[in-house]
Each structure stands twice: as C-alpha cells, then as structure tokens.
Design a protein around this ligand. Structure first.
Ligand code: HPA
Length: 273
C-alpha cells in the first residue's frame, strides 16, 4: 500500500524516474537544467514537515537531463534541525515507493586529512555513522530489511563510473570515508583528531541517515562530498557557515559536470509496459 506522500507525488509528477539525486549545498541550481520539469515543494506533501534550514529549498523536481529521467531532491532535512531520523529519511522512503532504484547523494563536508583542500571533490567509499541515530529503529517499515547489509553501502560499480567520468572530464576526484555527525556545532580540534584516527577522511552533518534508509530498500547509492573547508585545527582561523556555502557553490560547478556525465550512464533499461 502506498503512503499518502507517495500517492500525492504519483499524481503530481508525470515522469517515473528510476534515478534520484539529492542536491546538497551549492548544487540546487542544477534543477534549472531539467526539461519537462515538474516541481513539488516538501510543504505540499502529506506528512512532510515544512521547515528546513535557511537556504535549502526542500523540493522534488522530476524532469529530463539530456534525455534521461531524473528526480532531483533540492534541499534535505537534517537531524540538527531537530528532525527525527524518520523525517530525514522520509524523502528516500518515498523515492523507494515511487520506484527509484539508484540514488546519488551530494553534501558539503570538512576535510580531515591534510591533503584535502577546500574545493576538492571526494567520492564516498564508506561511512561512519556517528549521529547516534538510525532511521531503521522501531517497527520494520514496508519493503525494508530489518538488518540490511552494509558491506558496500556505496555501490562499487557506480563508483567506478563516477571515477571514469571525472577522469574523462579532467576533474580531480579522490575517494574517502565520510564521518556523519549530528552537528550543528563544527567539530573541536580534539574531535577532528579522533575522526582522523577512526579512519574518516571527510566529516559532515547529512547523508548517512539517507544511505541507511536507501540500503534497507536495496537502492544502490553513489555519493560525493564537496570539501568546503579544512576541518577545525587543520586550517587557518575559525570556521564560518558563509565560507562553507561560498566554496560549496564554486566546487559545485565541477561536481555538476561529473553528474551530467554520470547520470545518463546510470539509467537502467526502460520499464516494460
Ligand atoms: N564539519 C561538519 N560538517 C561540515 C563541515 C565541517 O567542517 N563543513 C561542511 N559541513
């Protein structure tokens, strides 16, 4: 049985994309590139809370990117806004109901290793969920695994496609482990040293909750971080949100080029019937 949110989106969106993309900070403009676009803002969707952090639009836009059907999610819910993991995962769960099979996630992150500079792009190869939350706690939702395997949360085949596309475009892309934290304060210098010792390369306040929900549905994931700053103690001076947003926009242009190349290669064969 479809949720009210899925029924609403089914009737509002004429296309049935099987690839979805969560556009993080600085990438929201990509929705303007879609043709045959239809937008639905989160506040119209039954069960979706209206409030998201300032600067994040919070909408789904379905359309075609160079002929390929794509569902863009511009803006997302964050745990640090006070939303439960269930709310953070709600857009992914509704994507699963709509037939999405592949999910690309993007985010802004702090670089934890000395070699990562602001503006670098990182392909996620794994993550540490350090939020203390999971969207799978409680009753098992329809279509979800109780104990999903997490040995390959980021699909190796899709990751290879991304690496190849970036290389063809001459755009630098390294891979690394993402530490997902609750926020909203940035890390202390001691926490940054700890995260490095735990094996993380980048740190951010999103993505892990969505990936866990997606994997519980068997959705294949591919994810990218835009390094907006060196994590606390590794760079010069204090961290500002404005700086994070500005760097995210510049690097977002390069990430958008990779996405334009990768998305048509992700789309499966057309559905029969
Ligand atoms: N830490 C956590 N989240 C972030 C950072 C950071 O340094 N930069 C962008 N998002």
């Amino acid at each position: 049985m479809l949720s009210e949110a899925a029924k609403y989106l089914r009737s509002a969106l004429p296309l049935r994309p099987r690839v979805a993309v969560v556009l993080g900070s600085g990438l929201g403009d990509m929705v303007d590139e879609l043709t045959e676009a239809t937008a639905v803002v989160f506040r119209e969707i039954p069960g979706f809370p209206a409030a998201t952090v300032a600067g994040h639009a919070g909408k789904f836009v379905a359309g075609r990117l160079a002929g390929t059907e794509v569902l863009f999610q511009s803006g997302r819910y964050h745990l640090y806004e006070g939303h439960s993991a269930d709310v953070v995962a709600a857009p992914v769960r509704v994507m699963a109901e709509l037939g999405v099979e592949t999910l690309v996630l993007t985010n802004a992150a702090g670089g934890l290793c000395a070699k990562l500079e602001p503006g670098d792009l990182v392909l996620l190869e794994d993550h540490l969920n350090l939020t203390g939350r999971s969207p799978l706690v409680g009753h098992v939702r329809q279509g979800e695994e109780r104990f999903p395997d997490m040995s390959a949360p980021y699909d190796p085949e899709l990751s290879l496609l991304a690496v190849e596309s970036a290389a063809e475009l001459g755009i630098g892309l390294t891979s690394g482990v993402y530490a997902g934290v609750l926020g909203p304060s940035y890390e202390t210098a001691a926490e940054v040293r700890m995260l490095g010792k735990l094996g993380a390369d980048v740190v951010g306040m999103s993505t892990v909750t969505e990936v866990i929900a997606a994997r519980a549905h068997g959705i294949r994931c591919l994810a990218f971080s835009v390094v907006t700053n060196k994590a606390t103690g590794l760079g010069r001076g204090a961290l500002s949100h404005a700086e994070v947003v500005a760097v995210g926009r510049e690097a977002g242009v390069r990430l958008a080029k990779i996405l334009r190349a990768v998305l048509p290669r992700l789309s499966p064969e057309p559905r029969n019937g």
